[in-house]
Ligand binder design. Structure first.
Ligand code: HEM
Length: 346
């Protein structure tokens, strides 16, 4: 029996801070949590257990991912090369490895269930519903690039390599699950773009739709409360995984129980010293000047960045910079993008 949710495979509301506001300083009033026992006995609760389990995986899987991304962003944003403050890359790599397993866990459902119960429901919430509307993911690429473009010698080469590899594990898992659920990986966002709708640049409206779909409430929460909230969800996920599901054997690329638990242990051990970064300050520092980005990527010094100069790591961001899609991101386009990034909408 799990102590998570109001009944077996019930989801809970996730309390998490606005990324830009940072953690609360004082442990706020504890949120009353639903209790389990009396509901578990009801007949109604026993019915439809399989479908509820899949829905739990989709929702609590996503919530756990948001928590991991949020902690990662808080850790990476502590990086300040001027003050010689560096994030814990070993911890960050473990978190990235856990995100790879959580991608798989969230999609550990029959494709028919996804097509009948998940995708249409998301599409009714918004016809262009997209994972890119996950607010906690919003600055992760930017924060990672800060670390990966750090001057030589700031990070130990071995740790940096492991960090990069773990990050790509996450990306690979995403591609794998996307293709498994939707051959070709076509999202609702892509589908809506084909029909002429343009929601490519997310607004606060889109982040809120994502949050409400996944039962997320943005409020003041301390780092400790966030870690506890993750811990509780991981417990519930591991109860599910340890129950044994024959389909799991070929489904996961690595043992999810080991990888998720490893990240959990490290997160709990580091909670006193880690996750101290101020995401807003870090992002502002990073985007303060378009000239800085141009300096990094404009290798031929012509005041613009080509797709090739941006390279693989920035391929996705490049699409956002290159608003007119002509393969060249001009200074004006990048400045507009940066303005977008720093328009804090609280
Ligand atoms: C049913 C399986 C999935 C499919 C078909 C899928 C497809 C896609 C596609 C095509 C994109 C590119 C943007 C867009 O067109 O919307 C995307 C972006 C994204 N997805 Fe998924 N995805 C799936 C599962 C997941 C899961 C389980 C998560 C997280 C728990 C997730 C998180 C994200 C994020 C954060 C982005 C933004 C990536 C970026 O901007 O670099 N996706 N997804």
């Amino acid at each position: 029996m799990t102590s998570f949710g109001e009944y077996q495979f019930g989801n809970e509301v996730l309390f998490i801070p606005d990324l830009e506001k940072g953690f609360g300083q004082h442990r706020g009033m504890e949120q009353p949590r639903p209790t389990v026992a009396q509901h578990e006995k009801s007949q109604e609760c026993a019915a439809d257990l399989e479908r509820r389990k899949y829905w739990f995986r989709w929702v609590t899987g996503h919530q756990s991912m948001l928590l991991l991304w949020h902690l990662l962003a808080a850790e990476l944003s502590a990086f300040n090369s001027d003050d010689q403050i560096t994030p814990d890359l070993e911890l960050s790599a473990k978190i990235f490895r856990a995100t790879a397993s959580i991608y798989e866990y969230s999609c550990f459902l029959p494709v028919e269930f996804y097509n009948r119960d998940v995708r249409p429901f998301m599409s009714l919430s918004h016809m262009g519903f997209s994972g890119s509307w996950a607010a906690d993911y919003r600055y992760l690429s930017l924060l990672c690039s800060m670390v990966m473009n750090a001057p030589r010698g700031v990070f130990d080469a071995g740790s940096l390599k492991i960090f990069k590899e773990s990050r790509s594990m996450g990306h690979k898992s995403h591609v794998t699950v996307a293709n498994r659920m939707v051959p070709g990986g076509g999202s609702l966002l892509k589908k809506s773009a084909e029909t002429g709708c343009d929601f490519v640049r997310p607004l606060r409206h889109h982040y809120l739709i994502f949050d409400s779909f996944f039962q997320v409430h943005r409020t003041s929460v301390t780092a400790d409360q966030l870690v506890d909230s993750l811990d509780m969800r991981i417990d519930a996920i591991l109860v599910d995984l340890n129950q044994g599901d024959a389909r799991g054997e070929d489904f996961f690329s690595v043992d999810p129980v080991r990888v998720i638990d490893e990240a959990r242990v490290s997160i709990k051990q580091s909670r006193g010293s880690a996750f101290k970064g101020n995401i807003r300050e870090a992002v502002e520092r990073e985007v303060r000047s378009a000239h800085e980005l141009l300096r990094l990527f404009d290798t031929n010094r012509d005041g613009a960045i080509t797709r090739a100069e941006a390279g693989d790591i920035y391929a996705k961001r490049f699409q956002q910079w290159d608003k007119d899609g002509d393969g060249i991101a001009t200074r004006e386009e990048i400045e507009e993008f940066l303005l977008d990034m720093t328009t804090w909408q609280s």
